[in-house]
Design a protein. Structure first.
Length: 137
C-alpha cells in the first residue's frame, strides 16, 4: 500500500498538534474515519478500549420521551416518537438543517418541555451529542 504524497506531512503536523506520535499505518486522524473513531485512548489498564457508539434516535433519544410527552406534543404536529420526523434533514428560517430536532432541543434547553420536569443536563448533553454526530436514526 502506497502512502499518498503529503500524508507523512499530515501525520507529522497532527503529531505536533496533539503531542503524540502518529502511527504510520493508521489513517489520517483528522479524517474522522471509523477506524480512528472506534477506539478510545488507553485506559488506566493500559489497554485500548472501544468507544461507545454514537447516539441514535431510536436507541438513545426516543426512550427519554415519556408517553405523556409524546401525546401532549402530537396535536401540535410534533412527532417525538417518529424517527423519520425527528431526523428529517430539512431546514427552516431559523435552522439550516434538521429543523424538527433542533426546535425540539431548543424547547428542551429552555426547560419548558416537559412542563412538569425539565430534562437533566446529562440528557440534554446526550441529545446534543446525537445532533453533533449526525442525527442517526
Amino acid at each position: 500500500m502506497r502512502m499518498m504524497a503529503g500524508s507523512s506531512a499530515i501525520a507529522q503536523a497532527e503529531a505536533t498538534r496533539t503531542g503524540r506520535a502518529a502511527c504510520p499505518l493508521s489513517p489520517n486522524p483528522a479524517s474522522g474515519s471509523p477506524a480512528t473513531d472506534k477506539w478510545a485512548e488507553k485506559g488506566d489498564s493500559g489497554k485500548m478500549t472501544q468507544r461507545p457508539p454514537s447516539p441514535s434516535f431510536a436507541r438513545d433519544i426516543m426512550p427519554m420521551f415519556r408517553p405523556d410527552d409524546i401525546a401532549c406534543m402530537r396535536p401540535m404536529g410534533v412527532r417525538l416518537n417518529n424517527p423519520d420526523w425527528m431526523t428529517d434533514p430539512g431546514g427552516d428560517p431559523e435552522h439550516p438543517d434538521h429543523a424538527n430536532a433542533r426546535r425540539v432541543f431548543a424547547v428542551l434547553q429552555k426547560g419548558s418541555m416537559p412542563p412538569d420536569q425539565p430534562w437533566s443536563n446529562a440528557w440534554l448533553a446526550l441529545y446534543d451529542d446525537w445532533m453533533a454526530n449526525g442525527f442517526a436514526p
